[in-house]
Design a protein around this ligand. Sequence first.
Ligand code: 5AD
Ligand code: SF4
Length: 467
Amino acid sequence: MSKKVFVKTYGCQMNVYDSNRMVNVLKPHGYEVAESPEEADLVILNTCHIREKAAEKVYSEIGRLKKLKINKAKNGQDMYIAVAGCVAQAEGAEMMQRAPAVDLVLGPQTYHRLPAMLNSAAEQRAGGRTSSRVLDTEFPIDTKFDHLPKESDFDSPAQFLTIQEGCDKFCAFCVVPYTRGAEYSRSVEAVVEEATHMAAKGVVEITLLGQNVNAYHGDGGDGETRNLGELIGAVADIEGIERIRYTTSHPRDMDDELISAHKDIDACMPYLHLPVQSGSDTILAAMNRKHTREEYFTIIDKLRAARPDLALSSDFIVGFPGETDADFEDTMDLVRRVKYSQAYSFKYSPRPGTPAAAAETQVPEDVKSERLARLQTLLEQHQAEFNEASIGLEMDILLEREGKMKGQLIGRSPYLQAVVVDFSDSDNALDGEADPSYTDFMGKLVRVKIVASGQRSLTGELMKTLH
Ligand code: 5AD
Ligand code: SF4
């Protein structure tokens, strides 16, 4: 009899990729995807440790699942709870103590061992226990990438592909170097093979993922390593791959070759997430970011010279220890100068084991909240302006999913804006086809004219199909 697995994913896109991979590891072992925890035999929480709130959410979810597990047990049904990802890596042993309902704890580097772990969990349960205790948070020498089966079916023409993991930068606020370990890059061959497989299955857009993606230096197969600019060139050569994105980058690794890729490689999209965290030199130094605000501006200038229509995004932290009003004003000033098309901003959250957590100059919570609100108002204003400026432009949209209403498809612009295209609209009907089946456009690149901009998405009118 087949079993069902439900995966709940928290945090970044690397976790989204990993969640898909875990499902694919389990499929050959008889697992199907469940739509809800209620119908699942195995629930995996793929967790994020980046901020305290994200980690706490996991414990409340475990609480809910525990009740479900008890109810199921009453009906003679087995259910396993697995915690994967960065909270598992950071707090694995502690979690087994704190949350006895958890059967399995596995770190981000051990997903290929999931079936074996489930077997040992089942063996323990066979002894009559209601929960098992299986923990694997090692960093094995053999990488999980070498072991994972490939996706057989892609649910969207836009897919993530992890090319690099880990981080050696040790920003003073960040847990990633501790949870994801040292930087590791996959080989060019492995990346190209996976991307080719995706293209053959109809994938049109690939987002190359890494915690420090532009620090990529993968084995080129000839004893030399390749950088990200070169890798993007290799992926762009694959038949069927029309769009390439990459995230997340560090300003320090934004080298000239990568900047040129935005000019020279058509598939390299004019959009870049380049977190700066703060606009104050004092805070940048305290954060151990290893660059100044002027250096950041220089990179932005070079990028815009290479690709004048480039849209930028960033992450910001407000209330880092020692941040004064003047430091915060420097961040506001940087935002006004760069003008991001979208951005993410957070209150500083002390993470155990990181240098900044121990600082005595913590900023009071109310000051953090007030600064965050001001920053977000400014960022949202810029985002709205960017979206409004898109009205009247023609853009290529990759249609990825159905909209809320029948006849609507939603895709992404080159600048990562969500664009709704309504095919029931007479303006979008195709010549000679009275009633085209709009779903035929799913997964296709289409040319649209942007006609309206709303809070979260744009509206586009179809011009002609591209692909
Ligand atoms: N507190 C608040 N934000 C954080 N980030 C990382 N660590 C912390 C922390 N301790 C933010 C950074 C990073 C994004 C992924 O999360 O802005 O770029
Ligand atoms: Fe964390 Fe800094 Fe590494 Fe990014 S570069 S993962 S913020 S330590």
